[in-house]
Unconditional design. Sequence first.
Length: 526
Amino acid sequence: MTAGFVPWPDEFARYYRERGYWRDRTLGALLDDGARRWPSRTAVVDGARRWSYAELNSRATRLACGLRARGIGHGDRVLVHLPNVAEFLSLTFALFRIGAVPVLALLPHRRTEIVHLARLATPVAYVVASELRNLAYAVPEIEHVFVVGDPGEFTAIEDVAAEGEPGEGPGPDDIAVLLLSGGTTGLPKLVPRTHNDYDYNIRASAKLCGFNGDTRYLAVLPMAHNFPLACPGVLGTLSTGGTVVLGAGADPGAVFPLIKAERVTATALVPPLVLVWLDAAEEPEESTVDLSSLGLLQVGGSRLKAEAARRVTPLLGCALQQVYGMAEGLLNFTRFGDPDAIVNDTQGRPLCADDEVRVVTDGEEPVPPGDVGELLVRGPYTIRGYYRAAEHNAGAFTSDGYYRTGDLVRRLPSGELVVEGRVNDVINRGGDKIPVEEVENLLMAHPAVHDVAVVGIPDDVLGERSCAYVVARGTPPTRKDLIAHLTELGVAAFKQPDRVRFVRSFPRNGLGKVDRKALSTLEIRS
Ligand code: OOB
């Protein structure tokens, strides 16, 4: 279990325990407690299905027993590829119980990403939604395939459940979950979150957001993502006896009535969806929809424009909270009661008094107060290394254990951070992170591509879109050819370039590196 995992040094672990951040409890206990304290309360609403805490708990227990009976247990990885369905929760808690580790693939992932994750995490099982189950053929080395929905020739998840005792669980310093990093270059990295650190993440963010037994949290964003999962998200809701409502997509036509019907009190969105909701709330038909139950809208994943921020409370009638976070750990929130200027114009301040943040120059000297620099962080819920990535870790963390976020930020005297851009080559397409190098490598595999550079271009709705600058070999391919090529390789759709431009050569800096900034000014060949 510990192979490939970088623990916190002992003195930090001791301190985090002393301060009460780490309580030496596992995430399985979160649901045990819920089922004991509020057995008959509704834990999750998924369409017509309503599971009480007792029911969610007994489903998780039966699934845990069934997984054990199939030889799946402590330290095994299980690749999970599901939309927001109730089974996501029973499965995740079953895995927490037996100490098997969910690897949370993102819903848009296709063959390329799934094959990469399978190689990196060597999972013993793949749990997949029926509409994606053919991806299992791309990873024949995974022993078990369990399907939510029509299983085809695989095993239905319901048929895994069994009676019995799930047996001994994991320890609190074990890895609870492997999240996908959005912040790094190259292929996705795995972010190992321990029971202790994630329990703190969940509990402290639920407290900060005032979640309690009356909270009805709507999961619009896909739960495989840290933000709706645990910041405070669905796990934060379940930790306080609230109710999780699973979304019917993000379309206001379906979601606004759901908010009304289920009396949703809180939800989380990425900025492009906020714009869609704001526009819908301004339209006459939609504005008659009653959103009065909604008290809190969290927005994060990419930078929210201040003009959009200012429209939230007048149009949607709820408080806005900006959340700047990362799978690797650190979370920043604006707080209830903060002045409008803080809520609208900043990305908040750290969750924990012991989040150590530094803003530094590229020579790693602290920047003068108020200047822009790269954000470095360490703390009780920020990882010390990616999973099975010793080589990458050497560059991604400082020698004294700070995570290099790759984000360029400015810190206000009051402690709030404002995100100004990125150091690394990651395009943030409305919250979806595109690792530029990965997409460039995939495009290079096309026979008519001699060289390629993928850059972000400003976009009013998404913040950034991607543009591939291509030096062709012979006759230039069309954008359609390149998209077909990526589709053939099986790549998440959000990574496909929004635009393709052909150039004769790339501008390069003194070191021979492609000068990405200069690229957009280049003469266009066709
Ligand atoms: C969240 O997590 P990831 O891992 O998908 O992406 C992290 C990166 C950050 O390093 C930053 O570049 C960007 O996403 N980001 C923001 C932002 N929130 C995230 N950039 C500007 N403004 C924001 N509010 O995206 C994530 C995880 C937990 C909570 C919220 C977001």
